[in-house]
Design a protein around this ligand. Structure first.
Ligand SMILES: [Zn+2]
Ligand SMILES: [Zn+2]
Length: 339
């Protein structure tokens, strides 16, 4: 697939920006039939039958409802009626809310009623599990020009556990990730039949998609640019959407719209990591800037899937899960960021 060219005027308007261009490979996943021999999202992996399948042992987090005594709810309602300003809680309410939180217990996250049902408390609790991980993507260096090749590997396999996990070190709430790098030529025998992964969150089960990789050039998030370019980029009416690709991609630059720019040092050597992979909730196809030219005239309603969410994967609040990899440490350690 091919992304429309960046209008020459856009680059000319930011003198010096061209020097910061970096290649990225847009993966352009689209639903289709895939095999273990292909690069794909959500398909079978080229995985040796005699090699153990990865298992997630990180506790998953589930939301639980806790019944609340009517007496407490009645007292809370009475205290609320005593407010002198409707949006400011009273001291009495505050004490009752503390009582409610203590009753719900650790992980308290609020209370409320769904669809007219009883008012219940909510809490997050960790549940240990040993869950076979789910294949998310397989990327061949032969297909994806920006894929790193640590230790001579030419195949990346991405697996995750399709539940929410509190990953404190990464400050990521979502699936746990495993990356496996190999050489295709090393896998000569029969392939593994993956053990069934427990069905987790719907939107963590990718729809099998063929990839249509395309190498493009993109440009840094404004905060990564030196002055005066940064100031000029900040003044651009639509810099990020013009210069930075949406969707699943390998390489390129990360957007930092939620957190502002954060350091992503390698946890092993403390040196700089590089953006290696983005797993995105949307492909940006609703925007003519990024809609592949092949799909320019296609009626989205005719596709049979949401044109902007071909993989069905949604991470965070319709955000992107980004994998940053150390380019120098053996074993290619990585870290995550989600926004
Ligand atoms: Zn898990
Ligand atoms: Zn390192």
């Amino acid at each position: 697939m091919r992304t429309p060219d960046l209008p020459a005027d856009d680059l000319a308007a930011l003198p010096g920006l061209a020097a910061f261009g970096r290649t990225a490979t847009r993966l352009h996943p689209r639903p289709g039939t895939v095999t273990a021999a292909d690069s794909h999202v959500g398909g079978p992996l080229r995985w040796p039958a005699d090699e153990p399948w990865p298992v997630c042992a990180h506790p998953r987090v589930v939301s639980e409802d806790v019944p609340l005594p009517q007496d407490l709810l009645d007292r809370l309602a009475a205290a609320e009626r005593g407010r002198t300003q409707h949006n400011i809680i009273t001291d009495e309410e505050f004490v009752l809310l503390e009582e409610l939180a203590a009753l719900v217990g650790p992980g308290f996250s609020g209370y409320g009623s769904m669809n007219g049902g009883p008012t219940v408390g909510h809490r997050y609790v960790s549940r240990p599990h040993d869950n076979p991980m789910l294949a998310v993507a397989q990327l061949r260096a032969a297909d994806v020009p920006d894929l790193p090749t640590p230790g001579g590997a030419d195949l990346l396999q991405v697996l995750w556990c399709p539940f929410d996990h509190a990953q404190d070190e990464e400050q990521v709430w979502g699936p746990t990730i495993r990356l496996v790098w190999r050489r295709e030529a090393d896998v000569t025998g029969p392939l593994a039949t993956p053990p069934a992964s427990a069905v987790g969150e719907d939107h963590y089960t990718p729809r099998p998609c063929r990839l249509h990789p395309e190498q493009i050039v993109e440009y840094p998030y404004p905060q990564e640019l030196p002055e005066p370019l940064r100031g000029q980029a900040d003044k651009h009416p639509d810099y990020v959407n013009t210069f930075m690709a949406p969707g699943w991609k390998v390489g390129g630059y990360a957007k930092w719209q939620l957190s502002d720019l954060l350091p992503t040092p390698c946890r092993v050597c403390a040196g700089p990591t590089r953006l290696m992979l983005v797993i995105d909730s949307g492909e940006g196809t609703e925007d003519a800037r990024w809609r592949p030219v092949e799909e320019a005239g296609v009626d989205p309603g005719s596709l049979g899937y949401d044109a902007d969410e071909p993989t069905g994967v949604v991470v965070g609040r319709w955000g992107a899960l980004r994998v940053f990899m150390c380019p120098t440490c053996p074993g290619a350690p990585f870290r995550l960021d989600q926004q």
